[in-house]
Design a protein. Structure first.
Length: 229
């Protein structure tokens, strides 16, 4: 592999014929693609590729949601961009068929005091307890509860092994006495998709903007199971 250090080629990526261009750490690299490539068929390699495919689908979905993309972009963790950070922090969490409880929609943050989740045909009802004092001490505006629903284990044939749904966000009042019940209303498309799967996981996080600094403040991801059928 030869490194391109001059600026003649500009920023290149992808392949031209049997030549492959890559950019890593702000440096360009060029290499010749092998004529043949035999992927290992060992169970371990097949499982690793399947898990990575699940992780990529999860990361693409989360990265397409502006508020989450901004969090991963602004967080001081290793990774060239928010997508690569999502991949890194979810690669060991995914199963070979679908994401798990260990996947994250937000980087690690404050604790989210989510104590209960109930599901009815047209809504999710979420019960929040008291946030930790370090979080409540912040002067936050636009504080919302965000939720991403994972549905998996299809109840009918010819469906994807899993699907992800961005649910409507719910405003969280700046002050409440010990307990707050948030309701997330499901639209018709969401209800129809949910009917087709047996199980679900909802990934929750609270996100607000610090009025003093203008920076995002957020909680860690909290997952909750759902029995859909």
């Amino acid at each position: 592999m030869a490194r391109v250090t001059g600026g003649i080629l500009g920023e290149l990526s992808g392949k031209v014929g049997d030549v492959v261009f890559r950019k890593r750490n702000k440096k360009n690299f060029v290499s010749q693609r092998p004529e043949t490539y035999n992927a290992s068929s060992s169970p371990k390699a097949v499982s690793a590729r399947a898990k990575f495919s699940v992780t990529v689908k999860f990361a693409k979905f989360i990265n397409a949601i502006p508020v989450f993309s901004n969090l991963w972009k602004s967080n001081k963790i290793k990774g060239e961009n928010c997508f690569s950070r999502l991949i890194k922090h979810n690669s060991n969490a995914s199963a070979s068929v679908h994401p798990t409880h260990f996947n994250k929609i937000t980087p690690d943050g404050y604790w989210l005091p989510l104590t209960n989740l109930t599901y009815s045909i047209d809504r999710l009802t979420v019960t929040l307890g008291t946030f930790q004092k370090e979080f409540t001490a912040l002067q936050l505006s636009e504080l919302y509860l965000y939720a991403v629903l994972l549905v998996y284990d299809p109840a009918v044939e010819n469906l994807a092994p899993f699907e992800l749904i961005e649910l409507s966000r719910c405003p969280i009042p700046s002050e409440y006495s010990n307990v707050f019940n948030a309701q997330i209303i499901l639209d018709e498309n969401e209800k129809e998709l949910i009917k087709k799967y047996n199980w679900g996981i909802v990934y929750f996080a609270a996100v607000g903007i610090d009025t003093n600094t203008g920076n995002y403040e957020w909680t860690s991801t909290i997952p909750k199971d759902l029995i859909l059928q």
